[in-house]
Design a protein around this ligand. Structure first.
Ligand code: ZN
Length: 150
């Protein structure tokens, strides 16, 4: 575990206690599983039913086979919520360790922005921007997204 050597991100005042709990879980998880080049991002999300699910990034030997932590967490959420009920996500927090010795909330990649907003356009996604840590609706992370019926 590298947890002892990494400084946690303090939740900003604008973050609810429930979302601060997600941040805490994501940092704790990444601290347990982090391996350079293999598992560098952890996600904690809360589904609309209040259940919490986590995921870890899996790097593959050919980069295209890699899977983001957000997608892993969403699959875990799908598996964990009531069968037949829609996968609605309330909030998502993903962290990495960057720079060294410091957790950082990161924005999802473009593919994950698509995935999250497909299922839950109104999900709150926490990101670190030039303005600091802020909450953005998933759909607002993809301006001009093409809405598909699928
Ligand atoms: Zn991604």
């Amino acid at each position: 575990m590298i947890t002892e050597r990494v400084s946690p991100v303090a939740p900003p005042p604008s973050m609810s206690a429930a979302d601060a709990h997600l941040l805490e879980l994501a940092q704790e998880l990444l601290g347990r599983v982090w391996v350079h080049g293999r598992h560098e991002v952890a996600t904690a999300l809360r589904a609309a039913d209040g259940s919490i699910h986590t995921g870890v990034h899996l790097e593959g030997s050919c980069r295209r086979s890699s899977i983001c932590a957000e997608g892993v967490a969403m699959g875990a959420a799908r598996a964990g919520i009531e069968p037949g009920s829609p996968l609605h996500i309330a909030a998502v927090v993903s962290v990495q360790i960057k720079p060294a010795g410091q957790y950082r909330i990161i924005a999802p990649c473009g593919v994950c922005r698509e995935l999250i907003s497909d299922y839950s356009p109104d999900a709150i996604v926490w990101i670190t921007s030039e303005a600091g840590i802020e909450a953005i609706r998933a759909i607002d992370l993809l301006p001009a997204k093409t809405r598909r019926v699928w």
